[in-house]
Design a protein around this ligand. Structure first.
Ligand code: FES
Ligand code: FES
Length: 209
């Protein structure tokens, strides 16, 4: 699904499938001929099949452990975590910054890792769902999600919990409305929202998060 342009840095280019769907090269041969170079085969041969990106070396701390890696400068933090470091607790949902499944902490903030360049984490500290309970004891939010039936398939749950951890830490889970507003970027296709809000509020009340 990735288009090789993580970080949300999309220009206003026309999507390739839209261009292919315009009829150029089929019934519109005459107008296509007016737009395209006369030697398309030679031109096509000169275009490389892939555009290799520059590699860079980064150092970061992930769940308390230092890591040093050489990465494609365009790699997303999500792909770095899942594919290079094997931390598959962080989920890839939309890969477009719209579902929140990939939420992790970068320093003191929660970020959608699919739209965060891995290079941006250089010198930084990343926490994933695996790092929330490093000693094997469930984090209060993990416990609360279980107790309040706040998950069904569980695919969105890591991202929900990582977002909720920041919400509770900052003392902003002051009521159901505030929780719903803050968590609106985390989508649950199973519709476990009632349990999610109840779980977060239960932890906020004890201020354990
Ligand atoms: S996978 Fe990152 S927001 Fe959906
Ligand atoms: S529990 Fe299934 S998507 Fe949320």
């Amino acid at each position: 699904m990735s288009d090789g342009i993580p970080g949300g840095e999309r220009g206003p280019q026309v999507p390739r499938r839209v261009v292919l769907g315009t009829g150029l090269g089929t019934g519109a041969g005459a107008s296509a001929g007016a737009l395209l170079p006369l030697r398309p085969r030679a031109a096509a041969q000169s275009v490389p099949a892939t555009e290799p990106g520059a590699t860079i070396r980064i150092r970061l701390t992930v769940n308390g452990r230092p890591a040093e890696l050489e990465i494609d400068s365009r790699a997303s933090l999500l792909d770095l975590l899942r594919e290079r470091l094997g931390l598959t607790g962080t989920k890839k949902g939309c890969d477009h910054g719209q579902c929140g499944a990939c939420t992790v902490h970068l320093g003191e903030r929660s970020v959608v890792s699919c739209l965060t360049l891995a290079a941006k984490a250089d010198g930084g500290r990343v926490t994933t769902i695996e790092g929330l309970a490093p000693d094997g004891t469930l984090h209060p939010l993990q416990r609360a999600f279980i107790d309040h039936d706040a998950l069904q398939c569980g695919y969105c749950t890591p991202g929900q919990i990582m977002s909720a951890a920041i919400l509770v830490r900052d003392g902003r889970a002051t009521g159901a409305e505030a929780v719903r507003e803050f968590m609106s970027g985390n989508l649950c296709r199973c519709g476990a929202y009632a349990g999610i809000v109840a779980a977060i509020l239960s932890v906020a009340e004890t201020r354990e998060g």
